[in-house]
Design a protein around this ligand. Structure first.
Ligand SMILES: Cc1cc2nc3c(=O)[nH]c(=O)nc-3n(C[C@H](O)[C@H](O)[C@H](O)COP(=O)(O)OP(=O)(O)OC[C@H]3O[C@@H](n4cnc5c(N)ncnc54)[C@H](O)[C@@H]3O)c2cc1C
Length: 394
C-alpha cells in the first residue's frame, strides 16, 4: 500500500485459492481490487497441496461431502461454480491433468501451474497484489472499510475475509479470520483440526509398534464411514480413511475399523474348514500385513490351530475384526491438520454472495467459513466456488 491512503472498490484479505479466485472474478468484472497477503508469495497451500501436484477438484463434488453446522449453506455456490467450470479454466491455461482415484483431479506437472493460472487471471482483472503486508487494523465507518498496515492504509466499500483456517501454523495460519469476523459481530463455530491423524494412548499405545503398516479398511464414526487405506503411525492412526473419519470424530467417541471390508459373512469358519491346521494369525495374514495380523490375532486371544477354535469363538472374532474399536485420545492438532473444521458461522452469511447479513459490504469465503470438505479436492472446490460467488457480487 502507498504511504497515502488508496481507494479501491474491494479489498480482499488473503491471497490463497479463495482470495485469488474472488479477486480475479471481481477484477474481470471491472472492479478495482486490492489483494493483501501476509506471506512473501501467494497460494502457499496450493503449492504444497496434493504432494506438489494440487488435487484441485473432485468430480464427485456434492454438498453432502461437506461438513457445516448448516449443511444446506454450500449448495448454492457449489451448484453455480462446479468442478467442470474449474476444469474449463485449467484447460484454457493448457494445464494437463489426470484423475488419480475417486474423482480426484491432479495436475500432471506441478501445483505451481495453478498458482500461475490464478495470478494470470488476477492480472487480467488488473488486481493489485500486495505481499508481506501485516494488517494492523481494520475499521468500518460510513459504509467504508479501512485496512491499515502500519502507517499505510487502503479503503473500499467492500471487504472480503479470505485468510483461511488455522491448519499448519508454521506456514503462518492464524485465527485472524475469526478475530476479524467477531469484531464485526459475526459468530464463529469453534474451529478444530480436521483431516488430521488421530492419536492413541493407554492400552492402545501397543498399536504404535505397527508404525508404517497400512491396510484397506472401512473406518466408521457415528453414521459416517469411509472405505480407504488406514495407516498405523508412531502416534496412532492416519491414512486417508482415518483423515476422513477424523472430521466426524469428537473427543470421547470411538472409531470402528473393519479390517476385512470385502469378506463374506462366516468367512473365518469357512477358513477353518478349508485350512484346519493353520493358526488364526496365518489366516489373517492372507489378507493383512503379517505384523498387523499377528497383533490382531494376539488380541483376540485365540491361539493354536483353527481346528481347535470353536466356531462360536471364530464368529465372535469375525465381528470383532469387522468393528475393531479404537478410542483415540486426541488428534495431531493444527500442526498436522489439512483443514480446519468450524469457522465463521454460515448463519450470518448469504449463501448466494457470502456477504454478511448484518454488515453490508463484508464478505467471508474459503476455509475461513464453517464449510469443510472431504479429503480429495473438495476443499479447493469450495475455495473456488465461494470465491467465485463473492467475486460475482462485489
Ligand atoms: C498439506 C496440505 C495439503 C492440502 N492438499 C489439498 C488438496 O490437494 N486438495 C484440496 O482440495 N485441499 C487441500 N488442502 C486444503 C486446502 O489447501 C485449503 O482448504 C485451501 O487452501 C483453503 O483456501 P483459502 O484460500 O480459503 O485459504 P488459504 O489457502 O489458507 O489462504 C489464506 C491466505 O491468507 C493469508 N493470510 C493469513 N492471515 C493473513 C493476514 N492476517 N493478512 C493477510 N493475509 C493473511 C495466508 O498466508 C494465505 O495465503 C491441503 C491443505 C494442506 C495443509
Amino acid at each position: 500500500m502507498k504511504k497515502s491512503s488508496s481507494i479501491f472498490d474491494a479489498i480482499i484479505l488473503g491471497a490463497g485459492g479463495a482470495g485469488m479466485m474472488c479477486a480475479a472474478v471481481a477484477g474481470q468484472r471491472g472492479r478495482n481490487v486490492l489483494l493483501i497477503e501476509l506471506a512473501d508469495e501467494p497460494g502457499k497451500k496450493i503449492l504444497i497441496s496434493g504432494g506438489g501436484r494440487c488435487n484441485f477438484t473432485n468430480l464427485e463434488t456434492s454438498p453432502e461431502r461437506y461438513l457445516s453446522a448448516n449443511p444446506h449453506f454450500a449448495k448454492s455456490a457449489l451448484h453455480r461454480y462446479t468442478p467442470q467450470d474449474f476444469i474449463a479454466l485449467v484447460e484454457r491455461h493448457h494445464i494437463a491433468w489426470h484423475e488419480k482415484t475417486l474423482g480426484q483431479l491432479f495436475c500432471d506437472g506441478s501445483a505451481k501451474q495453478i498458482v500461475a493460472m490464478l495470478l494470470d487471471e488476477c492480472a487480467k482483472g488488473k488486481v493489485e497484489l500486495r505481499l508481506e503486508r501485516d494488517i494492523s487494523d481494520v475499521t468500518h465507518a460510513d459504509g467504508i472499510f479501512r485496512v491499515s498496515c502500519g502507517d499505510e492504509s487502503a479503503t473500499a466499500p467492500a471487504l472480503v475475509i479470505a485468510t483461511g483456517g488455522q491448519s499448519i501454523p508454521k506456514m503462518g495460519a492464524t485465527g485472524f479470520a475469526y478475530e476479524l469476523a467477531r469484531k464485526f459481530g459475526l459468530k464463529v463455530v469453534e474451529p478444530r483440526p480436521a483431516l488430521v491423524p488421530l492419536t492413541l494412548g493407554g492400552d492402545e499405545t501397543l498399536f504404535r509398534s505397527l508404525s508404517g503398516v497400512s491396510a484397506d479398511v472401512i473406518a466408521r464414526c457415528g453414521n459416517a464411514k469411509f472405505h480407504e487405506a488406514a495407516l498405523f503411525t508412531h502416534k496412532g492412526l492416519s491414512g486417508p480413511a482415518i483423515l476422513q473419519i477424523s472430521s466426524y470424530w469428537t473427543r470421547g467417541q470411538e472409531i470402528g475399523i473393519d479390517f476385512f471390508p470385502t469378506a463374506e459373512p462366516g468367512w473365518l469358519v469357512d477358513a477353518k474348514r478349508a485350512q484346519p491346521r493353520i493358526a488364526l494369525r496365518t489366516v489373517l495374514a492372507q489378507t493383512l500385513p503379517s505384523r498387523l495380523a499377528e497383533t490382531l490375532s494376539a488380541r483376540t486371544g485365540l491361539d493354536g490351530e483353527m481346528a481347535n477354535i470353536p466356531d462360536a469363538k471364530l464368529e465372535q472374532a469375525e465381528h470383532q475384526l469387522a468393528d475393531w474399536k479404537f478410542n483415540p485420545n486426541g488428534t495431531e492438532g493444527f500442526a498436522k491438520a489439512e483443514v480446519t473444521i468450524g469457522g465463521i458461522s454460515t448463519h450470518g452469511l448469504s449463501s448466494q454472495s457470502m456477504e454478511a447479513k448484518s454488515v453490508s459490504g463484508l464478505y467471508a469465503i474459503g476455509e475461513a467459513v464453517d464449510v469443510t470438505g472431504w479429503l480429495g479436492g473438495y476443499n479447493f472446490q469450495w475455495a473456488w466456488a465461494s470465491g467465485w460467488a463473492a467475486g460475482q457480487t462485489l
